[in-house]
Design a protein around this ligand. Structure first.
Ligand code: ZN
Length: 160
């Protein structure tokens, strides 16, 4: 069967950036499963999956607008060290939970200079053009329960 709304697709993928560096891959793990048409995966990838079937292998390039969005310089902030409650020794690369305008969000420390710490609330892959190598391993119909939850249950999905 072909991938369409209300279907669950499982796939292996390797994600590289423009420089050809591997950013993420499902190799060595179970394939990732998602519910098509529910926004479980980034729009550019979901679009490229439509109409494919088990056994299909393809490459797709996803621009930031259809991936994790453009980097927003307004989401980068410099804060005094004392504002980072409970973090005695802030280091570049640390991720922490902060209160953003839309509730809690994960921010990454990108620079530490004396008393001033730079935190970035952009997604780590914002602004990146994403290159996916995809290999579809299975396509099936979603169950009513999966459709009502808006995500996949079982292998490669939620266990609850
Ligand atoms: Zn569920």
């Amino acid at each position: 069967m072909q991938i369409a709304d209300r279907s669950v697709a499982s796939f292996h993928y390797t994600l590289t950036n423009d420089a050809g560096e591997v950013l993420d891959s499902s190799e060595g793990n179970e394939p990732m499963a998602y519910l098509h048409g529910s926004g479980n995966i980034i729009p550019g990838l979901e679009k490229a999956m439509a109409g494919r079937q088990a056994g299909d292998a393809f490459d797709v390039t996803v621009a930031p607008a259809e991936g994790y969005g453009e980097r927003d310089p307004k989401r980068v902030e410099r804060v005094p060290r004392r504002n980072l409650k409970g973090i005695a020794n802030p280091k570049v690369g640390m991720q922490l939970q902060a209160n953003g305008p839309h509730g809690p969000q994960v921010v990454t420390i990108t620079h530490v200079a004396g008393d001033v710490v730079t935190i970035d609330a952009n997604h780590a892959l914002a602004g990146e053009t994403l290159h996916f190598k995809v290999n579809i391993t299975n396509v099936r119909e979603a169950t009513e329960e999966e459709l009502s939850h808006g995500h996949v249950h079982g292998a490669g999905g939620h266990h609850h």
